[in-house]
Design a protein around this ligand. Structure first.
Ligand SMILES: [Zn+2]
Length: 121
């Protein structure tokens, strides 16, 4: 178990659970707004509707992917809390700073690894 104040961990867990609900809600909304998945909108045959549908659908797909990625990260973070390995950098194994985790609870890497990874891109 990493050196983590229990209260901090509790706070992060709560935050992640709330985030998770929020993401689920947003995912549902994105899917409802996607004209391809909404028959009422797709059936309308106004001029220009096709490009509107294609455009909105493309945006929905991007947003949905982002939300799904966030959901995966939240799940992974919650699992790490459960397994007592939360806050450990997935690259070098060092503990990620508490300040960083509070700012970004789904962080997978410590600051120095994260910098190295983003530089490589
Ligand atoms: Zn690291």
């Amino acid at each position: 178990m990493l050196n983590f104040p229990k209260e901090t961990l509790k706070f992060i867990k709560k935050y992640l659970r709330r985030q998770q609900k929020e993401v689920d809600k947003n995912l549902k909304e994105v899917s409802e707004d996607d004209p391809v998945k909404s028959p009422a909108l797709a059936e309308s045959s106004e001029p220009g509707t096709d490009s509107y549908i294609a455009d909105t659908h493309a945006k929905s797909v991007v947003l949905e992917k982002q939300l799904k990625d966030t959901k995966t990260s939240i799940k992974a973070a919650l699992l790490k809390i459960k397994n007592g390995v939360y806050g450990k950098c997935e690259k070098c194994g060092k503990q990620i700073g508490i300040g960083r985790l509070l700012a970004m609870p789904i962080a997978q890497y410590c600051v120095s690894c994260s910098n190295k990874i983003s530089k490589r891109k």
